[in-house]
Design a protein. Structure first.
Length: 348
């Protein structure tokens, strides 16, 4: 076992995190678009408030482990690349709008595919392909010209800025933000009365912490062969597709493990709840909307350097500037998309 390549160890760590996240989605109803839909149109904020639990646990856990030397927060690319606000805003808006058109984000599509929804497989594949078209394909030069990705001079973000201004340790700032998010989440009576949902929210937050802990340890042990990273589902979809086609050439990584893990966790959760159903698209217009939405998510996710999970949870957990800004842009884009969809169904 000790002779296994570091890539396989990283994939196993990602597999564990992905399984937990997939189970959290199926058993705890952790979902970005679903949370917005039920809050805006279902008069139920439980799933939205659950985000406060996930983020609160992820933020405090990440900085607690960072203070103990278990996570190298500054080594994550959220802090290694200088923040470009235009990329966060434009990419986030495009991703959020595409998420509404597709009916789910990349993570949510994986979860639904794990439950037997073949339409979501189309979303996953199209999103992964378009992500790589912009990341390293023919549109990469245009992306680089429009959205620079210069290296940062050191750790950046909310906690480190507060430390520079006031001298307060980053853990104290992280603790205050985490406490505020948890208080906002638990202020909702419906969520307080759903202990199982709360437990899965905590599990999702801990999956993010585990991701940073495991990759930080592997990065040190492998002398940089493995990168410090959190959970994300834009470029990793494309990397998983490439690995499935060219595995004999290598390419196994943490990202591949997380994608496979979410599928395993979602399948297990669907079977446990008796929700597994084969589904396919019967309306060509719906399929066209989902494909266009997936393409927008692939492009927007690469521009913003992450998706609703990659930036909205993982980057937020490190308190990088890009995390909350990108998440806000994604939410705004999704709200605009949902209103357009619902308005389009109104009779003339």
């Amino acid at each position: 076992m000790e002779n296994l390549p570091f890539g396989i160890w990283a994939a196993l760590a990602g597999l564990i995190a992905g399984i937990v996240l997939g189970l959290s989605a199926r058993l705890g109803e952790f979902c970005t678009l679903g949370a917005l839909e039920t809050a805006l149109y279902g008069d139920d904020q439980r799933r939205l408030r659950l985000w406060g639990v996930v983020l609160g646990v992820a933020i405090f856990g990440t900085y607690l482990c960072g203070s103990l030397g278990l996570i190298d927060i500054g080594a994550s690319f959220y802090h290694q690349i200088a923040w470009d606000p235009s990329a966060s805003i434009i990419g986030g808006l495009l991703f959020g709008y595409g998420m509404a058109m597709a009916g789910n984000c990349g993570f949510g599509a994986l979860v639904r595919f794990g439950g037997g929804d073949l339409r979501s497989l189309v979303v996953v594949v199209v999103m992964g392909v378009f992500a790589f078209i912009v990341l390293s394909g023919p549109l990469a030069p245009l992306r680089i010209a429009l959205f620079s990705q210069a290296g940062s001079t050191g750790p950046q973000g909310i906690a480190y800025a507060v430390q520079a201004w006031t001298g307060l340790p980053p853990l104290l700032t992280a603790g205050a933000i985490a406490l505020g998010l948890l208080a906002w989440a638990l202020a909702h009576k419906g969520l307080r009365r759903a202990p199982l949902q709360l437990a899965w929210g905590v599990a999702a937050g801990l999956a993010v912490v585990w991701s940073f802990v495991a990759t930080s340890w592997l990065a040190e042990a492998s002398f940089g062969e493995v990168q410090v990273e959190g959970l994300s589902f834009t470029a990793p979809l494309g990397r998983t597709i490439l690995w499935l086609m060219t595995s004999t050439a290598g390419g196994i990584s943490f990202s591949v493990g997380t994608v496979c893990g979410v599928l395993v966790g979602a399948l297990a959760g669907s079977l446990w709840r008796g929700l597994f159903r084969w589904e396919a698209c019967e309306d060509p217009r719906e399929l066209g909307r989902q494909v266009s939405g997936a393409a927008m998510m692939g492009v927007g996710g690469v521009i913003a350097l992450g998706c609703s999970v990659g930036q909205g949870v993982s980057a937020f957990a490190t308190l990088a500037w890009s995390g909350p800004v990108t998440l806000a842009a994604i939410v705004l884009g999704a709200v605009i998309g949902l209103r357009r969809l619902i308005g389009g169904f109104q009779p003339d």
